[in-house]
Design a protein around this ligand. Sequence first.
Ligand code: AHM
Ligand code: MG
Length: 338
Amino acid sequence: MANHVSLTRYLVEQQRVDGSIPSQLRLLIEVVARACKSISHAVNKGALGGVLGTAESENVQGEIQKKLDIIANEVLIEANEWGGHLAAMASEEMEDIYVVPNRYPQGEYLLLFDPLDGSSNIDVNVSIGTIFSVLRKPEGAAVTEGDFLQSGGQQVAAGYCVYGPQTTLVLTVGHGVAMFTLDREQGSFVLTQEHVKVPEDTQEFAINMSNMRHWDEPTRRYIDECLQGTDGPRGKNFNMRWIASMVADVHRILTRGGVFMYPWDKREPNKPGKLRLMYEANPMSWLIEQAGGASTNGHERILDIAPTQLHQRVSVVLGSKNEVERFQHYCAQADKAS
Ligand code: AHM
Ligand code: MG
């Protein structure tokens, strides 16, 4: 159709308007999008492609890998290593960084990804996705793991691709959030929403309620008040959703608002949370903020956290601004009282 704006055209036009997408970055985003198309095909084949089930290996976090975790990781590496736009990559599924081999030119960007988020949903045919984050390589000779340890506020591009009833790519380069739907006949991502906005208020929250007995006081208080509905201090009823794929939960919040919570809890007190700062919390937090929402670990804006480890975990509360601020206020009150 004549009025269809492809991802390529969107990126070229953005560059003309605000100069925010240099050609190497444009190439990088297009390559990531192409890789997501391949992953989407593999996901769609499911049992017919022999891609379901576990791979009988563990990742660096000690979690059993699914076959699709490994396939998605390989697709992203193979697609990105030869283009000359990257210096190195880091993945939730790999212990060490992957430096672009000497046989290819090295570019000025670093790519981080969770190749297949929501792994527990693969075999049950529920939405899953790929999350990515792009940083600039600091000046200096050889690329090191330390080069990746930049706060989320330093990201130059971030996004995710959700493999659901539709395959949708969601992107920010720091000038708002745009959504692209995969047109399977054309084989291209087509712009379907620009200037995405998360409503400031919501009546919907997302949390794994089975962890309730392990929560800290501010989390307990926030959820308890939501559950009291019109009879409680909030004076309104709340709905709950938990997909167990952060991509799918965040996609719903970007579409109609809500608050997503994976807070610290007492199950493993020395772990700051379940989700990973560099592959999940940072890119999602930037998208949410770019759409007018907020994101915190309870005490600090996620995008301000100075990382100390590539695979570090973090407590995450993000979504509709007024709800996230309310949670932060409860955390501050609890800190004061202790
Ligand atoms: P994964 O990257 O290994 O798939 O784990 C991250 C996922 C998130 O997508 C989701 O929000 C969370 O883990 C669900 O955790 P739980 O099963 O504890 O509810
Ligand atoms: Mg994940």
